[in-house]
Design a binder for this molecule. Sequence first.
Ligand code: NAP
Ligand code: G3H
Length: 485
Amino acid sequence: MFSVTNDGNKNFKNLVNGKWVSSESNNFIDINSPIDNSLVGRVPAMTKDEVDFIIKGAKEAQKEWGKITLNERAEILYKAADLFVEYSEEIAEIMIREIAKDRKSSISEVVRTADFIRFTADTAKNMSGESIPGDTFPGYKRNKISVVNRVPLGVVLAISPFNYPVNLAASKIAPAIIAGNSVVLKPATQGSLCGIYLARIFEAAGVPKGVINTITGRGSEIGDYITTHKGIDFINFTGSSAVGERISKITTMVPLLMELGGKDAAIILKDADLELAASNIIAGAYSYSGQRCTAVKRVLVEEEIADALVEKLKEKVAKLKVVNPLEEQGDVVPLINTKSADFVCELMEDAKEKGAELLFGGKREGNVIYPTLFDKVTEDMRLAWEEPFGPVLPIMRVKDRDEAIRISNESEYGLQGAVFTENIDNAFYVADKLEVGTVQINNKTERGPDHFPFLGVKSSGIGTQGIRYSIEAMTRLKGTVINLR
Ligand code: NAP
Ligand code: G3H
């Protein structure tokens, strides 16, 4: 399968208007593994002229794609889903090397993607328009009826992050194409080999030429040009709040769907099941080394039960396995790059200097940050507010549920929150007041299942993802009014 995109020299190509091409610039970006810095592949740095050509081709292709039946589009998606499952081990192998995700999570990301794609086709087949009688509005007669349908937007620009290079690309592409749009995928540079493989799967499933295209190249160099390109009709971005805010500033009259950073709090009330809370906190904070937007990024615990919770967390964090994901299965893996590991260390140093109590970890070897737990983190520390995107968890002790709500809401982010309590009234009291997209009661913060709405408020995003919501976002309503004589 992969030979089509790779000339044998680890130089990968882009899918452009149905052909696998390199860049005329002949500039390549090395993709080195975060595990051992070995070269995994090289991707072309596409030029502005090439971007123009790709978007023009996508625009042309969309005209035909938008005309074919939804059934035919769905059949192609079902085939793609089957191929993702068939090639899950092969894709996982690349993912492990490219982004250092552990094998189990890499395979499960690919299988989840197949499920997502199938569900997208099923959902689209069950969506329908409506007809609205005119006479329900004062002054109108029965002769006027609006027939309202959903139509595609045109060319969707999908920009994906490094941490889910398959799933967070496919969860933009599948809803876009089932709705009749064409797609230009700009994958995260570290993650672009997975992105290219993914495009190959869709191509092999029968997506016609020009309907899915890839553009590799550094976002810092080519990003502004692509996002402000006149040929783009919709931008679906997942990544940091900083880049998201930049895109929202420089674009004009293009609808945006953006899922950005987070600082999700797990709020533990004094009547919580502490065993349940501790297990969820550990899984939520440390899986994939905390490099998930929805990771539990701080614990806000009522003072009376803080010591008991801390004991349980210490016991569980000590059991986490730090591994080289190429060699064995484990929980904590090297961070994506040295800059990220440096940043996490900065936050840890700041917390230590300001008096936080280091309960576990605090050690670094290369890009590996050992699972780290801090207690007695206070509001003057950066770790209380900033997103480490690493395996470091701060515990903040609070006097009551209102203080937990206040600290949670003072964050610039508003992705998710979790509340652990055995009392439904307390659960709803907190859930009602948290300024976030979703509140989890007695569970870690997390995106799935993928047909639920997934959204962030404040600096955590614009618009709503989730299968049906994404399809709605990537279509617009079109009314045709029948005027009977
Ligand atoms: P990032 O640095 O913002 O990169 C995300 C994507 O944007 C990459 O494809 C990147 O390309 C591209 N990009 C960079 N500069 C750009 C520009 N000026 N214009 C257009 N695109 C540009 O984020 P990341 O490091 O991959 O991911 C980590 C962040 O994403 C965290 O903050 C995390 O919370 C957030 N995240 C949020 C969600 C969510 O659903 N809320 C999900 C996953 C991640 P290059 O790689 O070439 O720079
Ligand atoms: O990193 C951001 C993802 O949207 C998180 O997804 O909660 O399934 O890990 P997840």
